[in-house]
Design a protein around this ligand. Structure first.
Ligand code: IDP
Ligand code: MG
Length: 140
């Protein structure tokens, strides 16, 4: 295994409930290091572009509205096989299916307001990191 990077978002349902620290601690406890982090208010255009792969899904408009309903914390995480480590600690998309001890099981409000995003491949991680961060903002 190699040290790789992935992209994470602490979603508006979580920032609203003051869970930025609690979720970041779960990421760190899973062996991931926060090498970039910023709290932003996404624009509608940014959220639509970020989730463009889901543009044809019935939940797309609701998802975009949710993602701009409050601030988010975008992060770059580094660690051994970071994409898998992050998705393991995040848990299944639907909190009803998420394993005990995962971020989504612990904190998610619904399948939509599920507290965290994590990239699903190294390729998408690189694309998503570049969507929000300049190289000089990432300090490993
Ligand atoms: P993931 O976040 O676990 O990778 P994706 O299928 O990529 O899941 O979906 C992206 C996001 O869209 C989810 O995290 C969730 O916020 C939302 N979402 C996914 N499926 C549904 C659904 O069936 N209803 C409402 N929102 C959904
Ligand atoms: Mg996904």
């Amino acid at each position: 295994m190699a040290v790789t990077r992935t992209f994470s978002i602490i979603k508006p349902d979580a920032t609203r409930r003051n869970l930025t620290g609690a979720i970041t601690k779960m990421l760190e406890d899973a062996g991931l290091r926060v090498v970039a982090s910023k709290r932003i208010q996404m624009t509608k255009e940014q959220a639509e572009g970020f989730y463009a792969v889901h543009a044809e899904r019935p939940f797309f408009n609701d998802l975009v509205s949710f993602m701009i309903s409050g601030p988010v914390v975008v992060q770059v995480l580094e660690g051994e096989d970071a994409v898998k480590a992050n998705r393991d600690v995040m848990g299944a998309t639907n909190p009803a299916d998420a394993a005990e001890g995962t971020i989504r099981k612990t904190f998610a409000e619904s399948i939509e307001a599920n507290s965290a995003h994590g990239s699903d491949s190294d390729e998408n991680a690189a694309i998503e990191i570049a969507y929000f961060f300049k190289p000089e903002e990432i300090v490993g």
